[in-house]
Ligand binder design. Sequence first.
Ligand code: ADP
Ligand code: ZN
Length: 640
Amino acid sequence: MEDKRNPLKPGGKRRFNFYWIYIILTVVLFALYFGGKGDNPKEDIEMGQLIELLQKGEISKIELINKEDAEIYLKENPTKVRYTYRIGSLERFEETVEQVQQEQGITDPVYITNIQRRSWGMDFLLGWFPLILLVVIWIFFMRSMGRGGMGGGGQIFNIGKSKAQLFDKDNVPVNVTFKDVAGLEEAKVEIMEIVDFLKNPEKYTKLGGKIPKGVLLVGPPGTGKTLLAKSVAGEANVPFFSISGSDFVEMFVGVGASRVRDLFNNAKQKSPCIIFIDEIDAIGRARGKNPINGGNDERESTLNQLLTEMDGFGTNSGVIVLAATNRADILDKALMRAGRFDRQIYVELPDLNGRKEIFDVHMRNLKLGNDVNRDFLAKQTPGFSGADIANVCNEAALMAARKGKEVIEKQDFMDAIDRIIGGLEKKNKIITGEEKRVIAFHEAGHATTSWLLQYAHPLVKVTIVPRGKSLGAAWYLPEERQITTKEQMYHEMIATMGGRAAEQVIFGKISTGALSDLEKVTKQAFAMVTYYGLDDKIGNLSYYDSTGQQDYSFTKPYSEKTAEIIDQQVSKLVEQAYQEAVTILSNNREGLTQLANKLVEKEVIFGEDLEHIFGKRPWDKEETPEVKTADEPKLEDHEG
Ligand code: ADP
Ligand code: ZN
């Protein structure tokens, strides 16, 4: 798998190591603190010696430092401290000095001067420490905010610099070309044009044509949008700036805008080149949608700056901005206006053929066993994105390596697929015998209902091996339909309720194990009533907002009364589905029990086992081709 964020930073400068500041600071403070001492030879003396010196009249002066220490200067060298004496009681000390001199009848008595003094280091510390601390903290914050900046060094001054990562010939070359991008044929055709623009701009400008400035790549995560953008740069052999929308947004006001400015300045210098903005929704979301706080000013100003920059650079400048999002509908309409991102390329999840090709690309460097067949694997991975498939291939290689194999076998791929769908098998999760029976009946309930309902998706496999967070799972191979009828939706809801219904029918009590079933079924019922106009009472109305411009979390598009009816209809629908499931399972108690027992015994069962128990589904195969529009099955895992 490819790593989007290459650790090699372009620019080649080494990052300044921040810890030097701490070290230097510590050394300086130590030097200051201890440096003051030991610069001239001083001796500590006792009271007795002091009295002796006084009697002899050798002392020139005594200075009391902080009323704690006495520094004694001698007449032979009155500029240097010769002795120090630690004072116990100040009064007694002064008394003694006076007394001794009086007794000796000295005419010019030694004066005691009082001096307040702190040590150099201490002074420095108390005076400057708070300030230094502040500066250090400030630097620290700046540093963590400016992290990952271009070129690294001096992060404090880099906060407004764009954090785009640059790929070009001198630094990290873009080594992705179209042959690394599998499937996506339509997208490639459109993107090919852009490569041509970048390579031979004259061809278009000669005729007065304008080269597009922005292209929006729209599609679910992991479908290869980044890959596609990179391949454009790779094919056209131009530099590639990569940045994520969220990299613009910072705590400080104005930073986002200045980063946009900086990015475009850099790009213009490298023109022709490509700027790739991943997750552009982070800055491009429609403005001013939130009625509470009036939107996010910082994000808006960043977006405005982006629009200004895109308007500002000429169509012939050779900079093309590619941006990726998985939701074009929530983007600000201003982004899509002519001269900005006026082209949109849809990057969909790969179909069967697409998946075959993606497997090919990612199997290129793997050592495969003879039993690995990419056609079979592509069939087993409906609904997988390119990134998922890349992940499967990598995971399979790791699994084979863990088992000490020489080549990667089919089973490794199958395990990798299961793992990616459901998370790691947790074979040693502790489940009591009774719990296991409940789970088996729950899953068997899903399996039985879906098998017996014409429009529910046929089952591929059921397990009661705990995986990830779920305790059991059923895999279906639904036909990917372009339209779904009310019956189909209803039958699916019944199958979803089949788990809980089985618990009710067999044990007479229900459990918490159906949480995700209930969530799913509630959402589906809600969609049927409010989005698809499939409910008699609500009628042919849809409260769905495809523009994403309304904020329904604050204002509902229907009245309180309608809201009540919606609630009623949704709960009626779910309740009906549940009762239907209970009826089906009561009538097929025998088969359900057989199936559940088999599950307890084998932990995994497949479609064939159901066929043994319930017989063939009469409506399968013969009838289906003309009813079902799409040939593309979609895998849906179901948590129980
Ligand atoms: P997106 O930007 O759409 O979220 P990426 O381009 O980052 O997805 O894809 C992640 C990884 O998935 C890629 O680096 C690549 O390994 C793999 N991948 C995705 N789509 C494809 C594809 N069509 N062909 C080959 N590999 C793909
Ligand atoms: Zn379930």
